[in-house]
Design a protein around this ligand. Structure first.
Ligand SMILES: NC(=O)c1ccc[n+]([C@@H]2O[C@H](COP(=O)([O-])OP(=O)(O)OC[C@H]3O[C@@H](n4cnc5c(N)ncnc54)[C@H](O)[C@@H]3O)[C@@H](O)[C@H]2O)c1
Length: 278
């Protein structure tokens, strides 16, 4: 949706979007879609390396609430929410677009996942949503809406997704439990299951170009989705348009999740070239 189609769906709403790495981030696609509709946005990134990319993006949105927050440290999360509380008092929405696993283990066999990486992956990719959801809910006295990002590798085995698939399955389950816990407070909790998109995090997954090409050739829409399309779906879930929806995992993947086997008209491809000459 361009600003010319602005309908003010998010006028008067304020919230936090976590997981900004650069302008390819899904967090950025969502931030743009919400800002276009009038939302006031606080943003978070992690670590000095991301700061120089995050600062101009925050400026572009006119946001002066930009935080360096490491979700594996509760004191970092607490400090950020305290600062947002000082500035705004309350919030209406939260976006969690954060995931992590050692990229050496996003190839090869799942069964070889180390204990250390299993725990770290679960901490950053699963527990952190529960943690920030708890802090955010405390700042939503009149209700609100939360969205996290997941992937089809939670439901089916995907090449190289390994421990991230196990983590995303746990994340989707935690969305359902959080939806029940917070529903009585008029807080909705949903996940968007996005199709593959070329981002910093995705580049750590083995053979990602092959996965991208396979989805493009075999999804019902015969293409991949964009960060802007994920942004538009997040707008639906975070605005009043999604008022009756909670506990849902909503696929924004050009329909790939319903596919059972290679499309008859799709060319076969190989991992090395990305596409085999028939
Ligand atoms: N790109 C895809 O193909 C795709 C598909 C489905 C779901 N997702 C999910 O979307 C979300 C956003 O990823 P993205 O693809 O936009 O990539 P990205 O690299 O732009 O974003 C990932 C973010 O996670 C943050 N992060 C990692 N460890 C952190 C920590 N300890 N504390 C705070 N932040 C931390 C990074 O700083 C980064 O901003 C992730 O949950 C990812 O699994 C991505």
């Amino acid at each position: 949706m361009s600003s010319s189609e602005r309908s003010g769906l998010m006028d008067g709403k304020r919230g936090l979007i976590m997981g900004l790495a650069n302008d390819k981030s899904i967090a950025w696609g969502i931030a743009k879609a919400l800002a276009d509709q009038g939302a006031e946005i606080a943003l978070s990134y992690q670590g000095d390396a991301m700061k120089k990319r995050a600062e101009p993006l925050a400026k572009e949105l006119g946001s002066n609430l930009l935080f360096d927050c490491d979700v594996s440290k509760e004191e970092s999360v607490a400090a950020m929410f305290a600062a947002i509380g000082d500035a705004w008092g309350k919030i209406d929405f939260l976006v969690h677009a954060i995931g992590y696993s050692d990229k050496e283990q996003l190839r090869g066999r799942y069964v070889d996942t180390t204990h250390e990486n299993f725990l770290k992956t679960m901490d950053i990719s699963v527990y952190s949503f529960t943690l920030v959801g708890r802090y955010a809910a405390a700042m939503m006295p009149e209700g609100g809406s939360m969205v996290t990002l997941t992937y089809y590798g939670a439901e089916r085995v995907m090449p190289h997704y390994n421990v991230m698939g196990v983590a995303k399955a746990a994340l989707e389950a935690s969305v359902r439990y959080m939806a029940e816990d917070l529903g009585k407070e008029n807080i909705r909790v949903n996940a968007i299951s996005a199709g593959p998109i070329k981002t910093l995090a995705a580049s750590g997954i083995g053979d990602f170009r092959y996965i991208l090409k396979w989805n493009e050739l075999n999804s019902p829409l015969r293409r991949n989705v964009t960060q802007d399309e994920v942004g538009k779906s997040a707008l639906y879930l975070l605005s009043d348009l999604g008022s009756g929806v909670t506990g849902e995992t909503h696929h924004v993947d050009a329909g790939y999740h319903l596919v059972g086997m290679k499309a008859v008209d799709a060319p076969d491809i190989d991992v090395v070239s990305g596409r085999k000459d028939a």
